[in-house]
Design a protein around this ligand. Sequence first.
Ligand code: ADP
Ligand code: GLC
Length: 476
Amino acid sequence: MRVLYVSTEVHPALKTGGLADVNAALPPALAAAGADVRMLLPGFPALLEAATAQGARIDIGAAFGIESIGLVPCRIGATPVWLIDAPTFFARSGNPYVDGDGRDWPDNAARFALLGWIAARFADGGFDAWRPDIVHSHDWHAGLACAYLRARGGAGPGSVFTIHNLGYQGQFDATAFAALGLPDHFFSMHGLEFHGKLNFMKAALFYADRITTVSPTYAREIQGAEHGFGMEGLLRSRAGALSGILNGIATDEWNPQTDRHLGARYSADQLRGKAACGDALRAELGLTSDKRGPLLGVVSRLTPQKGLDLLLEALPVLLAGGGQCALLGSGDAALEAAWLGAAAAHPGSVAVKLGYDEALAHRLFAGSDMIAVPSRFEPCGLTQMYGLRYGTLPLVRRTGGLADTVIDAASEHANGFVFEAALSADLGAALQRALALWQQAKLWQAMQRRAMQADFGWAASAGRYMTLYRELRPHA
Ligand code: ADP
Ligand code: GLC
């Protein structure tokens, strides 16, 4: 089964969110399940730097107003990758999608159309003798691959599209359509037009042979108005082609027994090292050594999606119960300022680190007693799974992948705390329950052990993707 895996970011070289973690771990898991997986990614400087070149640049000529586009064959880790060499589009500061001030690059439609266009050209064996059986593209950036494959017509690879976040759709002015080189009739309601605009996500949802998203619950939720971001009708009409496959985590990298970022290591049988991680984290962040209540950690982008405004409102409940809070995150200026304000108001009890810090994230997952993920919506979410793996009990809202991975303390299978509505009062009530349970050390430890023993490796989910590929191409 030859799979062309099309996306944009790969941990640790280039990461804006969980997509990068998935892109680092899923291709090797698919390879282990027997697929011949190769990735196609834009040649962002960080990726070119991290990759090991494997041969000469293949010149593919001009497209989208760029004179000489190339493909650089290389490897990232063990995975074969083609990086698209088009510096005019990709050699820029800022992140893949926005400039240094957080504004979308004005030519994003063309930049990411190029990615999809090249992906589809692999079907013709244009660059290489290697022709994919499946083109698997991820999120709106790669979504146009599905439209280009459909426009190409005839027999060719099956297309699979994975939604990681329906909140970002890649929507552009209709005038951007002309430069895409797609048939005119594609710009219609039965195509990639959405309320008069050009929408890359819609292109993928309309033209992909199969659609997946990163948890079973999110696959259901996005068919309704609350979580569908306007795509719910289309997704309902494609329900037969839509499924949810839960993300895994890189269990070698996220392992409290071997984690090189930690001063002390631990396991489900020997939790003592976790207490040492907690002491070290408190000292590092300037939190007092008062342990009357749990230390609640957060590692997150600061956007409305993540519901951290709700946690801010519920902080008095935690603090009144003797708990502490440590947040590592970055994003919206107003949320950053509000969290800094909370830290200033509660020195020794609330610590806030703004920015992105991989090593501190590991120390925070290990040293905290709980991890909060109070999201308004969450396609899968990885941090609750990192928490579970580190015996750091998640406190989450019942939505998306959070609902599929965290079991509330009320159950005999409990591994965390779950609340229903996106309201600070509901979050606060869950915190109250956690504070009460904290007083019963034996019960708390039993939950920690249960959390740590769960299997969040990629093997099972990679097997599900393989089954899906085989449904589309039984003879590959
Ligand atoms: P999303 O992709 O919506 O941001 P996920 O939970 O899927 O949410 O993935 C987030 C990833 O980014 C996790 O690996 C998390 O540890 C990491 N992360 C988020 N914010 C930070 C930060 N400030 N520092 C380090 N890692 C972070
Ligand atoms: C998105 C989602 C997150 C998911 C990640 C990886 O960024 O917001 O829930 O875990 O993609 O699939």
